[in-house]
Design a protein around this ligand. Structure first.
Ligand code: NAG
Length: 347
């Protein structure tokens, strides 16, 4: 009997994996056609990213903070800190494909009231980059955040997170509520709400096309490299094609993501979450009880606008602040409104 159960489980897992990969292959073949067109249009150097030997000045701007490293149990984490270390800790966790710099406006703004720390997650920026896909499991990402809080000498913080950082922060707040004084999440649905939505909504399923494409090796990495990392202009412009990012800020992203091996670790987050058993595993998380603010840029092209409402079921104490015309990268798209919303919430 046990054997039959086991075999059934294995068959289901294989079928789920095959399903994910076949959708991934469909999207990848469209991507490959796109790559072929780019090859024809731009010549054989179409994947060559301009060499950037020095970081642009914005990455060294002391108005944003000071660079620092801490060694955790498994790896070294880079972060930028600002404000007085005696003040309450506010920790910022970025999304894909970003790094500490996504929080530059918040680092500046909240340094008068907090000790602000924006980390590079494992695999990103100047933090260490484990090579295997399995090293990007959610439990490790959660552990990194908890260990960093401890390594900074604190037991708790105000945790501010966006996109993938949000996925991790929901988990930190659910499992270790004593470490999170207040939770602020930007454009990142509760994982269970997202899981339900993508299974029941064709529009969310279509909006998540890239998650499937990322399951295929090499192709996503190649796509991001084309036209000297023009992906950043495309992403930050959002649906209305208006990006609130200076040329130098863009160079900050491009410098960081032009470095060797910069893309695979971030993409591996997606590969890990959909690999093996995790495909079927229904997400379970204890209810979130810490006071929570969800900030939602309404023009997110990747996430359905209904997701904040669906998240309420899993959070006992949550406010939602919608930012009109804000895109997915809302903390840099509408920094003044985001900072105001955070300030109103933390009081
Ligand atoms: C764009 O960002 C700047 C900060 O660089 C901010 O002061 C400004 O308000 C933002 N623009 C909009 C429309 O939010």
């Amino acid at each position: 009997m046990k054997l039959i159960e086991y075999a059934k489980q294995k068959v289901l897992e294989l079928a789920a994996r095959a399903f994910v990969l076949s959708i991934g292959l469909c999207y990848a073949s469209i991507a490959i056609v796109n790559l072929i067109f780019k090859r024809l249009r731009y010549g054989k150097d179409f994947l060559v990213v301009k060499e950037r030997s020095l970081p642009p000045l914005c990455l060294q701007d002391t108005a944003y903070g000071r660079h620092a490293f801490l060694r955790l149990k498994d790896l070294k984490i880079h972060y930028v800190e600002n404000g007085d270390r005696s003040k309450p800790l506010m920790l910022f966790v970025h999304g894909f494909p970003e790094f500490w710099f996504s929080w530059r406006h918040q680092l500046k703004h909240f340094s008068s009231t907090h000790w602000v720390v924006a980390m590079d997650m494992r695999g990103y920026g100047d933090s260490e980059k484990p090579t295997s896909i399995s090293e990007y499991k959610a439990e490790y990402l959660v552990k990194d955040v908890c260990e960093l809080i401890k390594a900074l000498g604190r037991n708790k913080c105000t945790l501010v997170a966006h996109d993938w950082g949000g996925v991790v922060a929901w988990s930190v707040a659910a499992h270790f509520p004593e470490m999170v004084e207040k939770l602020i999440i930007l454009n990142s649905p509760h994982p269970i709400a997202f899981h339900k939505k993508i299974k029941s909504s064709i529009t969310q399923f279509l909006k998540s096309w890239y998650v499937f494409m990322f399951q295929i090796p090499y192709v996503p990495e190649m796509l991001f490299h084309t036209e000297d990392l023009a992906c950043f202009e495309r992403m930050f412009g959002g649906a209305d094609n208006k990006m609130n990012v200076t040329e130098e800020d863009l160079e900050g992203y491009k410098y960081t993501f032009s470095r060797k091996g910069a893309w695979s670790p971030p993409i591996n987050y997606y590969r890990c979450v959909l690999s093996g058993k995790d495909v079927l595993a229904p997400v379970t998380l204890p209810t979130i009880t810490v006071p929570t603010l969800m900030i939602w840029g309404e023009n997110d092209v990747a996430l359905d606008k209904e997701l904040p409402e669906l998240t309420r079921e899993y959070v006992t104490n949550m406010e939602v602040k919608y930012i009109a015309n804000g895109n997915h990268f809302v903390q840099q798209d509408k920094p003044d409104e985001v900072n105001q919303a955070i300030e109103d919430f933390i009081g």
